[in-house]
Write a protein that binds this ligand. Structure first.
Ligand SMILES: Nc1ncnc2c1ncn2[C@@H]1O[C@H](COP(=O)(O)OP(=O)(O)O)[C@@H](O)[C@H]1O
Ligand SMILES: [Mg+2]
Length: 348
């Protein structure tokens, strides 16, 4: 017999009607000593009791529960839900109804948490954005105002214009990064995967950044033993973008006369590991978990004002994760930084 707790309304009505009908029928039988009358009264009391209890429950309890159900499902009931209220709900025990409501409550709490997180994220994002735009725009304003006031010397005017141009470049970079990240977040860009030799791509990236690396007299090399070509399968242009970001960082936060070393390993049949290492200023341990966040820069990076937006690594992470791969960092202050990511191995 099911436990009394989990009875559906019908079972409960039958159960209760039985409890009333049996002793009443026995009493009547004992009084009349006529088994037909006893049996008749059993049937009558049972049927009457069953009907009465069911109607009472339906009227006073289940209607209210239905209301609650309608309330938690908010909208006007659809056809399907009407069916549900009419045929399925009355079969449910109070315990099942309670479980339903509890589950609904938990779902709501979860939804609210996500909304709160999004809201906090949105606020922070706007704040960061305003902050990032403020610096170059105010600088430009300053230079332009001074130029308009008419500074005497030609050389100074030229320097002011150069500084203005630099800040305009910074704004353009920021816009490009923002554009890139919003595209990635909307999942708009499809990946055009292909097989390519990773070493070749790294050399290409080294070449394209040679003006910047040479300005700091930084050597750009492949690690010894990593020269043998390894083929990966990915969106080559996107991976190039990741490598450019990493090599640029390694240059920006690298030492004068330092070196940047790329290493490439076949880790297993499915993955290739690519790492870019520098011997620069490094990153304090406390910042490591956060450097892939949008706009996140360490205090040193901020105070030295290298002109970055703090979006570079966030973009890298997006790209790598869009490939279903992972990116990681190891770093020691004043020793150097290694940022590595995986790429799908060659596909035949
Ligand atoms: N190779 C590196 N060496 C030291 N710090 C780094 C390196 N790469 C990244 N970082 C730190 O991580 C932060 C985030 O990097 P990134 O998103 O590329 O922003 P940005 O280059 O615009 O500053 C940098 O501001 C810097 O503090
Ligand atoms: Mg960067």
């Amino acid at each position: 017999m099911p436990s009394a707790k989990n009875l559906s309304p019908r079972q409960l009505a039958a159960f209760t009607a039985g409890i009333i009908a049996v002793p009443v029928a026995i009493g009547i039988f004992l009084l009349t000593l006529n088994w037909q009358v006893g049996l008749g009264s059993l049937v009558v009391v049972f049927a009457g009791g069953y009907w009465l209890i069911l109607v009472t429950m339906e009227r006073f309890i289940y209607r209210k529960i239905k209301l609650i159900y309608k309330l938690i499902y908010q909208t006007k009931a659809t056809k399907k839900e009407e069916m549900y209220f009419k045929y399925i709900l009355p079969q449910k025990s109070i315990d099942e109804v309670r479980a339903d409501v509890e589950e609904w409550g938990e779902r709501r709490i979860h939804e609210i948490e996500i909304l709160q997180q999004n809201e906090a994220y949105r606020k922070e994002f706007l704040q960061n954005l305003a902050h990032e735009f403020k610096t170059p725009i105010f600088a430009i304003q300053g230079y332009v105002d001074t130029l308009l006031d008419g500074v005497g010397e030609e050389a100074i005017r030229k320097r002011f214009l150069e500084n203005t141009a630099k800040n305009v470049d910074r704004l353009v970079n920021l816009m490009n990064d923002l554009d890139e990240i919003s595209k990635l977040e909307h999942g708009e860009q499809l990946l055009a995967k292909q097989n390519f030799i990773i070493q070749d791509l790294i050399r290409e990236v080294y070449d394209s950044l040679s003006i910047k690396t040479q300005a700091k007299n930084i050597r750009t090399i492949l690690k010894k033993g990593c020269e043998a070509p390894i083929t990966g399968f990915a969106d080559k242009e996107k991976i190039k973008q990741v490598l450019i970001n990493l090599v640029e960082n390694a240059t920006k936060y690298g030492k004068q006369n330092g070196s940047i070393i790329a290493s490439i390993y076949d880790t297993d049949d499915q993955h290739v590991l690519v790492e870019i290492s520098d011997d620069g200023i490094g990153i304090e341990e406390e910042h490591l978990p956060r450097i892939f966040e949008r706009f996140y820069r360490t205090d040193t990076a901020r105070s030295r004002d290298k002109g970055g937006s703090g979006l570079g690594l966030a973009i890298c992470k997006h790209i790598i994760e869009a490939h279903g791969q992972s990116i990681h960092v190891r770093s020691t202050p004043d020793v150097g930084t290694t940022i590595g990511f995986t790429v799908e191995a060659k596909r035949d």
